[in-house]
Design a protein around this ligand. Structure first.
Ligand SMILES: NC(=O)c1ccc[n+]([C@@H]2O[C@H](COP(=O)([O-])OP(=O)(O)OC[C@H]3O[C@@H](n4cnc5c(N)ncnc54)[C@H](OP(=O)(O)O)[C@@H]3O)[C@@H](O)[C@H]2O)c1
Length: 274
């Protein structure tokens, strides 16, 4: 009889000091994963590690890093590539900017794109590349439902999340033949510090639109267990998403052709005179 326990791979969680990332760390520890927890605030990471140690006997490494800094990001990318014990990455660290784009502060937009787009992109590519080379692994990208709703939130935030969704779908197509599961999670409004950090009082959001972080993460992990590539925890009917994807793909044969559509054809009388 084989009594050996199958060990779970080390899980790396970015943005693990609060909110969604902290909850993933808790849940993954309960599933038996050793953890690498990353954020800028080391004291909060330590607190999070102590909470986890109270219920789970897993090894926890803390990584203090600011992923909007190129040096810290490059060190993380190298670690993901070099450390074959890492088999699960939750690509979660992110910030939000609210308010209109017209007149938006360029420095705030830059800071958000550096983390939500540049860092998230390189972490995702590094993880998918390493996992594909090792023949397996799980990459969870925390996007947002605003990826689908550019009219409803700051367009640079929603654009960044649409980028991450797009990237997830492309990486999944490339990496799944190598045993890699890439899941994009699209949370709706979730009760975390992100709102306060962006200057929004979470109490002003309609309660029926606001999910607790534990419910969000448990649902996202259930979606992962079901093999989903895109998980929208709030969406009651998964077939609605499938129809959306089918409608998008139905455009494909018509998106690149050798002639413009009839409505754009220039008639002889409309041609510019020399
Ligand atoms: N809450 C929502 O309603 C909601 C909805 C959709 C999607 N999301 C996405 O969910 C993800 C997590 O957000 P959250 O709601 O859990 O917010 P949160 O509670 O504010 O957590 C954000 C995490 O990211 C870390 N972080 C921030 N800047 C960082 C940097 N430069 N380098 C490294 N880590 C950094 C923070 O830790 P430190 O400050 O210690 O670095 C913290 O651990 C984000 O990508 C967000 O866009 C959230």
């Amino acid at each position: 009889m084989n009594l050996s326990v199958q060990t779970r791979p080390v899980a790396l969680v970015t943005g693990a000091s609060s909110g969604i990332g902290a909850c993933y760390a808790d849940r993954l520890a309960r599933r038996g994963h050793d953890l690498i927890l990353l954020a800028r605030d080391e004291a909060r990471l330590r607190l999070q590690a102590e909470r986890i140690a109270a219920h789970s006997d897993v090894a926890i490494e803390l990584l203090r890093a600011d992923l909007s800094e190129r040096g810290d990001l490059d060190r993380l990318i190298a670690r993901i590539g070099d450390d074959a014990t890492i088999g699960l990455v939750v690509n979660n660290a992110g910030i939000a900017t609210t308010g209109p784009l017209l007149g938006a502060d360029p420095a705030r937009i830059d800071a958000m794109l550096a983390l939500n787009v540049v860092a998230a992109t390189h972490v995702a590519i590094a993880a998918a590349t390493a996992f594909a080379a090792r023949g397996g692994g799980i990459l969870i990208n925390i996007a947002s439902v605003f990826a689908l709703l550019p009219e409803r939130f700051n367009g640079a935030y929603s654009g960044g999340k649409a980028h991450l969704l797009n990237l997830s779908q492309a990486l999944d197509q490339e990496a799944s033949p190598h045993g890699v599961q890439v899941q994009a999670v699209l949370p709706g409004a979730t009760r975390t510090e992100i709102w306060q950090r962006a200057g929004v009082d979470v109490a002003t959001l309609p309660a029926e639109m606001l999910m607790d972080v534990e419910a969000l993460v448990d649902a996202a992990l259930a979606g992962l267990d079901q093999g989903e590539r895109v998980t929208i925890p709030s969406l009651p009917d998964a077939a609605q998403w499938d129809r959306y994807v089918q409608a998008r793909l139905a455009l494909a044969p018509n998106l690149s052709r050798d002639t413009p559509a009839a409505r754009y054809r220039v008639t002889a009388s409309a041609e510019p005179q020399p």
